[in-house]
Design a protein around this ligand. Structure first.
Ligand code: TMO
Length: 309
């Protein structure tokens, strides 16, 4: 009997301790950072599994210790869920990068001439038909990803005659963008910085009323006194690293290293471009980064070398 318990105990703690599960989402910089963490942990002797999952699904997996690390939590699209779970104590905040982020409606620069008054959002009230397409019944079309805050609520609150065309991932958005730019057609897409897009296609964000927490919670706030969400996303948002409670408990040294791990806006843009412009794989980009920046990550993680192998 005793032997069985000992076996279960050992088996259990082994199963708990290994492997480290890293979230992989559906846009490129996140995929690269997940792969960089994987490459670093492998070199330190840990077992790692990359788990492909949507942002919507990741929260449940993080809070139940089924996945361990999410290296790109963006304020503009994920602050609500992050704050809720963090305050409940079921996920861990591993700190911000020094990166400044923005996520919002965006258009290639030539579109400004097609809709006078841009980047001010009020211009969109007059040019819904400029962004209309076959099948949109004269309404303007906004091309979104799967991550946004309630865009339909914003459209309603701001009195815009637009519909949302929602796509599954970043790649699908860039495909639409490329086709529109080739034809010099008006297009509005969800975009963000840091990203590779701005460096390849000049463009700008729509300037919505300035974000505030109250805008989302208080109907009275803002230009529409009956509805919330009558504002844009933060213009200088944070980007943070988040983990499960399990990760910090079992790998405190790695957690400290991740906490101190930092990149700049320029680095993230350059990394994303390697996939979206030059067609490399996330794994290859990550392997190159880890090789080229050895002293940088070693100084954060070297004392974490696993003794298991
Ligand atoms: C979360 N994202 C950067 C795609 O907006």
């Amino acid at each position: 009997m005793k032997k069985v318990w000992l076996f279960l105990l050992l088996f259990n703690s082994y199963a708990l301790a290994s492997p480290i599960r890293i979230v992989v989402n559906d846009w490129t910089s996140q995929q690269i950072l997940a792969n960089i963490a994987e490459q670093i942990f492998i070199r330190l002797g840990y077992e790692v599994e990359l788990i492909k999952v949507t942002v919507d699904m990741q929260w449940f997996l993080l809070k139940t210790d089924r996945v361990d690390l999410q290296l790109e939590v963006w304020q503009g699209t994920m602050e609500d869920r992050f704050t809720q779970l963090h305050q409940a104590g079921v996920i861990v905040d591993l700190g911000n990068y020094s990166i400044v982020t923005r996520e919002d409606w965006w258009y290639p620069l030539y579109v400004r001439d097609m809709c006078p008054g841009l980047p001010d959002w009020r211009a969109l009230r007059a040019c819904d038909t400029v962004f209309a397409r076959a099948g949109s019944k004269g309404k303007g079309v906004y091309v979104a990803g799967p991550w946004e805050k309630p865009d339909r609520a914003r459209i309603k609150a701001l009195g815009l005659n637009f519909i949302v065309k929602q796509l599954d991932n970043g790649e699908a958005i860039w495909q639409e963008l490329k086709v529109a730019i080739n034809d010099k057609r008006a297009i509005l897409v969800f975009n963000w910085t840091p990203n590779w897009v701005g460096a390849v296609y000049p463009g700008e964000f729509v300037e919505f009323p300035t974000y505030s927490k109250a805008c989302e919670q208080d109907n009275l706030w803002g230009v529409n006194s009956k509805l919330p969400y009558d504002c844009g996303n933060p213009k200088a948002g944070w980007l943070k690293k988040v983990s499960s409670n399990r990760f910090v408990k079992l790998f405190p040294c790695l957690a400290k290293g991740v906490e101190q791990f930092d990149l700049s806006n320029a680095e993230v843009e350059e990394l994303s471009a390697q996939i979206d412009v030059y067609g490399r794989t996330a794994r290859r980009v990550a392997q190159n980064w880890v090789k080229a920046n050895k002293s940088r990550w070693e100084s954060l993680f070297i004392q974490c070398k696993s003794t298991r192998r």
